[in-house]
Design a protein around this ligand. Structure first.
Ligand SMILES: O=c1[nH]c(=O)c2[nH]c(=O)[nH]c2[nH]1
Length: 302
């Protein structure tokens, strides 16, 4: 009989949807989160013999998420995740590591009342906090931040082989849905105060957008590098940032059959076909010199 041993394992409750309302008189404030908890530690026995003695139920982790929202409020995705991660490791000696992931959805106020909201169409804010009993690792980010430059983008001078048909262009649309994760150097270990998470998030988002808008682009790779280096250069707390950027191709429609010209600078403006697939997928990590690359390569796993 071949023998087996247990490898990496973790467990917890995924996707606890928690909505916290703060009532400030008749003006309400909303935090809308999707929280996933993963715990690991001395969990051999539950796998080998079925003894649950070391297993804090996933139902309890779910309850803790809701109870903490009530007892502590939700100051920011990062702070809430760190609070939970510390709690699970500190509270159960058999649990050595906790990872808490948060997606945050934003709501805009509808003017008529203090308690009416419309889900805003912006990006989703992301936070992941891991705690090993000593150090926190905080990775924040965003996904589905959709941006488009209607000019100021070229793509030419690339390598060619017998299968290359792409025409070189000196004026194209550049569009992408930004997915980015950045890691903070702060670990909570040396008593240093935590960054202001909301301000740091807003800064990173602004630098990403400004670099996208201000870069005259020769490739999405170049634009991506500028976005990343701008974030790292402007925020001493951020050690590295990783992007996954679909190149959302917009092709000029061939109007020759209709006897119409359709050039980027045509009078009245050009018409494009927005292709949804396949798309180029451009990915990279941009690091502070000397920093370690700790953000996983595949952002869909984070
Ligand atoms: O910005 C781009 N980078 C590429 O690597 C690439 N490849 C391609 O076909 N179009 C583009 N555009």
């Amino acid at each position: 009989m071949p023998t087996t041993v247990l490898g990496q394992n973790q467990y917890g409750k995924a996707e606890c949807r928690v909505v916290k309302v703060v009532r400030d008189g008749t003006t309400h404030h909303i935090k809308d989160l999707n929280v996933s908890v993963s715990l690991s530690g001395e969990m051999d026995e539950v796998h080998y013999s079925g003894s649950n003695a070391n297993v804090l139920p996933t139902d309890t982790t779910k309850n803790t998420v809701y109870a903490f929202a009530r007892e502590h409020g939700i100051a920011s995705a990062e702070e809430f995740a760190a609070l939970l991660a510390r709690h699970f490791v500190a509270g159960q000696e058999q649990i050595h590591r906790a990872r808490v992931r948060v997606e945050e959805y934003a709501w805009d106020r509808i003017a008529a009342t203090g308690h009416s909201f419309v889900r805003d169409g912006r990006e989703t804010r992301l936070a992941q906090v891991a705690y090993d009993g000593e150090q926190l690792q905080v990775i924040a980010g965003l996904k589905d931040l959709t941006v488009l430059n209607s000019t100021g983008s070229e793509f030419w001078g690339y390598a060619k082989d017998r299968y290359t048909t792409l025409p070189e262009t000196h004026d194209r649309i550049l569009a992408t849905d930004v997915s980015a994760r950045w890691r903070y150097g702060w670990t909570g270990a040396d008593g240093a105060p935590a960054p202001d998470w909301d301000a740091a998030y807003a800064r990173a988002r602004t630098h990403i957008l400004d670099a996208f808008a201000e870069t005259y682009s020769l490739s999405l790779q170049q634009t991506m590098y500028r976005m990343g280096s701008r974030v790292v250069e402007h925020d001493a707390d951020i050690e590295e940032i990783r992007f996954s950027l679909p190149n959302k191709h917009h092709f000029l429609v061939d109007m020759e059959p209709f006897g119409l010209k359709n050039e980027p600078d045509a009078p009245g403006g050009p018409v494009y076909f927005a292709a949804d697939r396949p798309y180029g997928l451009i990915e990279a990590t941009i690091l502070r010199e000397g920093a370690e690359q700790l953000i996983p390569v595949d952002l869909t796993t984070l």
